[in-house]
Design a protein around this ligand. Sequence first.
Ligand code: NI
Length: 175
Amino acid sequence: MGLRPVLRMGDPRLLVPADPVREFGTAALAELLADMHATMLALDGAGLAAPQIGVPLQVVIFGFERNVRYPDAEAVPETVLINPLLTPESEELEDGWEGCLSVPGMRGLVHRYRRIRYLGRDAAGNELDRSVGGFHARVVQHEVDHLHGILYPMRIRDLRNFGFTAEIAPGSPAD
Ligand code: NI
């Protein structure tokens, strides 16, 4: 299929918890991942969750060498993460600006755990187990939130730190 429309905040499908994937290595899963990848790249996304294209499964992808929407972010390995489980590695939190392809043109300041461990599976069903920090940890927390029906604006603690990208970060690509 290729590019898929990304649902925007307000669409009730973004609020529904996603179901686990039960079968790996299937043509349907490969097609979903190919569509997600094409869609994420076309929109310069740092990550994408399956519910954002209307598929209620616990599938996220993320990663980039460089990302025009987050020019200051360090590289994050390109990853397929299915049926994820996150645990914080400490209680330490960090503020950072986030955007979302489902909330185009906006940015908000969000508290996230600085370091997390994540478990899950890749497209073939192999186990993933990583301990990460920084922007990598932020992206994973953001994407996995989508699988629980949570969009980042719900996590902004002070809504004065929520606004249009063009006002908050002039000169950055308007998404
Ligand atoms: Ni998002």
